[in-house]
Every structure is written in structure tokens, then in C-alpha cells.
Design a protein around this ligand. Structure first.
Ligand code: GFB
Length: 329
């Protein structure tokens, strides 16, 4: 049966999921995949945390785990991630850890005989000044945005390794390139978070303190596209069900807005009524990152959760996680 996000399509095939290892299940994206896979009767989800002994940057540990568990499907939702500040100030960590995770899981899956793998990238793999909206063909056509070049290089390497496994060994390894994601279980770190959770926290704290003024970073002029993480997980399962998915596919909502507009929406969602000042000492990053989602639309999938719905729901989730002490920050 087609999941709610799926348009009817005659091309859809029902490739079995079987035992699915979701790497990165404690993160926002991995947790969304685990939730989504609960609705798939043939998916037997396996997870293993670092605390339980699986460090994904440790090749030997990954090999041992894959040969013990023998998954049919691997979803690479594990990554060192962060917002513009974390990316720009810790490039060595972002490059090394994301390269290690991609190599250990993709190459480990190949050597363990795993027939199916989905690798998760990011829209920052495309050139900083790629024509908008950015189509899959924009890959490697120009220089990257410097603030997240290290992360982007690691994600391009992972995408290419999955593609090479397919080309050279006939394995159905493929990738998705999501736009900026948000949703329950996000990271609310004051400096290292992405823009949406960063603003939710700061503006909520300002509203509760009755502050007259709160700052947002940069000029507010850059444009960003946001996708609810539950939409991403739905798109990922949709692609995993296909017998012959494209090597990589953009996943986005198809609409973007300025950081200034986003900031105003966050202020309204948390009930902040004071002034907003722009801290232009902070970087803007890429001027615009809107994905061309026509390939995925043609395949028969589209996003279902608009920001108008997803943002207030995420504020509720943030307050619940924070009150319960389970929030990541
Ligand atoms: O989500 P974000 O940090 O990263 O958004 P990117 C950065 C944009 O939001 C910049 C502005 O224009 C910032 O100036 N901004 C305003 C803020 N206020 C804030 C704030 O409080 N916190 C943050 N973080 N930004 C990331 C990449 O790029 O996108 C990652 O660094 C990944 O690698 C991710 O690809 C999807 O959208 O610029």
C-alpha cells in the first residue's frame, strides 16, 4: 500500500526491505527513518548505539557488526552535522568523521554482501552559485560554499562511492540529497545548531525572559528551503522500494524563504514580540540553496508537511523535549 506522501505511480515496485540497519538512529534523521519504518510490515529495524559498542568511525567494529547482523538494507543516516558556525570552525572533524562513516558503512556493506544501501547527503554538495533551483546535474560544476566545504566534500565522496559500487559491482547503492531539515529531535546547541532550531531556542528563551531585543545571525538576506524530517524519511523509503532508483535524488519542499522571513515566523511561533537585530559579524553562507525536485516529483513523490504546519509542531516538540530533559543541546 502506498504511504500517504506518495502519488500514484505505475512505476513503483515493492523491493523488500528485510532487516534494515539504520545507522545514526539517535540523530534527528535516523530517528525519523526508524519511526517511518515502523509502518512497513516487512522491515525488521536494527539499531546499535555508540554506547552499545558501535563506533561508526571504527572500521573493525563496523565490519564485525555487519557480519553479525547481516542486514538486507543499510541506511546511512549517521553523520557529524551542524550549522554554519560548527561547519566553518571545525572542518577537520567534519571532513574526517564523515569520510570515515561513509567509507566504513558503504565499503563495509559491500564486503559484507549487503544488497541495498541508501546514503544520505546534503544540498550543500552543489556549487555555491549553482543555477537555482539546483538540479542533480549541478554536481561538480563549480566551487563549493566555503563555510561547509569540508562536509560537502565528504558527502560527495560518499555519493560517488555508492555510485561506484553500483557501477563496478552491480549493487543497488544510491543516495538522497535533502535540503535543510528540521523536526523533532533536532539539536538545539546555542552555537553549533542549524538556523531553525538555533532560532527556536534563542527566541523562545527571549520570549520567556521578556527580552526587548534578540539577535539573529548575518544579514537575513540568504534564502533557504526547509523540509520536515518525516517527509525526508518517507521519500527515502519510497526510493528504497524502487528496483532501479536514480544514483542520487534531491529531496526538498520546492519552496524557500529568506532567513529574515524565517526569523519572523519563528518569533511568531514562540510568541516573541520584541525587536530583532541582525548580527552582521556572523556569516551569511550560501546566498540561496533551493533544490530542483522535479526528478523526485516525476518518480511520484512530493513533500506533504508545509513549514506553516511543521514549524509550530516543532516548537511544541522542542518544548516537550526540553521539559523532559531529553533535548539535544
Ligand atoms: O542552518 P544553517 O546554520 O546552515 O543556516 P546553512 C545558516 C544561515 O542562517 C546563515 C543564518 O545565513 C546564517 O547567517 N542564521 C541566522 C543563523 N540566525 C542563525 C542562528 O541562530 N543559527 C544559525 N546556525 N544560523 C548548512 C551547512 O548550511 O546547511 C551544513 O553548514 C548542512 O553543512 C546544512 O549542509 C543543511 O544552511 O548555511
Amino acid at each position: 500500500m502506498a504511504a500517504p506522501g506518495h502519488l500514484p505511480t505505475s512505476e513503483r515496485s515493492d523491493t523488500p526491505l528485510g532487516r534494515v540497519f539504520v545507522a545514526g538512529h539517535t540523530g534527528m534523521v535516523g530517528a525519523a527513518f526508524v519511526r517511518r519504518l515502523e509502518r512497513e510490515p516487512d522491515a525488521d529495524v536494527v539499531v546499535r548505539s555508540r554506547r552499545e559498542g558501535l563506533d561508526l568511525t571504527d572500521r573493525v567494529a563496523v565490519d564485525r557488526f555487519l557480519s553479525d547482523v547481516r542486514p538486507r538494507t543499510v541506511i546511512v543516516a549517521a553523520a557529524r552535522v551542524g550549522g554554519i558556525h560548527a561547519n566553518a570552525t571545525r572542518p577537520e572533524e567534519f571532513l574526517r568523521e564523515n569520510l570515515a562513516i561513509a567509507l566504513n558503512l558503504i565499503d563495509g556493506a559491500r564486503r559484507a554482501g549487503v544488497p541495498r544501501l541508501l546514503f544520505l547527503g546534503s544540498s550543500c554538495i552543489y556549487p555555491r552559485l549553482a543555477p537555482q533551483p539546483m538540479a542533480e546535474e549541478a554536481l561538480l560544476t563549480g566551487p563549493l560554499e566555503p563555510t561547509n566545504e569540508a562536509y560537502a566534500i565528504a558527502k560527495i565522496a560518499g555519493l560517488k562511492l555508492a555510485q561506484a559500487c553500483r557501477r563496478q559491482h552491480g549493487l543497488a547503492y544510491h543516495s538522497v540529497m535533502p535540503t535543510n531539515l528540521y523536526g523533532p529531535g533536532d539539536n538545539y546547541h546555542a552555537e553549533d545548531s542549524h538556523v531553525l532550531p538555533g532560532l527556536i531556542r534563542r527566541f523562545d528563551e527571549a520570549a520567556r525572559a521578556g527580552a526587548a531585543e534578540v539577535s539573529a545571525w548575518g544579514t537575513g538576506a540568504p534564502r533557504r528551503e526547509f523540509l520536515h524530517v518525516d517527509d525526508l524519511a518517507d521519500a527515502g523509503v519510497f526510493l528504497l522500494r524502487r528496483a532501479d532508483p536514480p544514483d542520487w535524488v534531491n529531496v526538498g519542499s520546492g519552496v524557500d524563504l529568506t532567513i529574515r522571513e524565517l526569523t519572523e515566523r519563528v518569533a511568531a511561533a514562540v510568541g516573541y514580540r520584541g525587536r530583532i537585530v541582525w548580527d552582521t559579524a556572523r556569516p551569511d553562507g550560501a546566498p540561496r540553496k533551493l533544490l530542483d525536485v522535479s526528478l523526485l516529483t516525476r518518480l511520484g513523490w512530493r513533500a506533504r508537511i508545509p513549514l506553516e504546519q511543521g514549524l509550530p509542531e516543532t516548537v511544541v516538540a522542542y518544548r516537550r523535549e526540553r521539559a523532559a530533559g531529553t533535548w539535544r543541546h
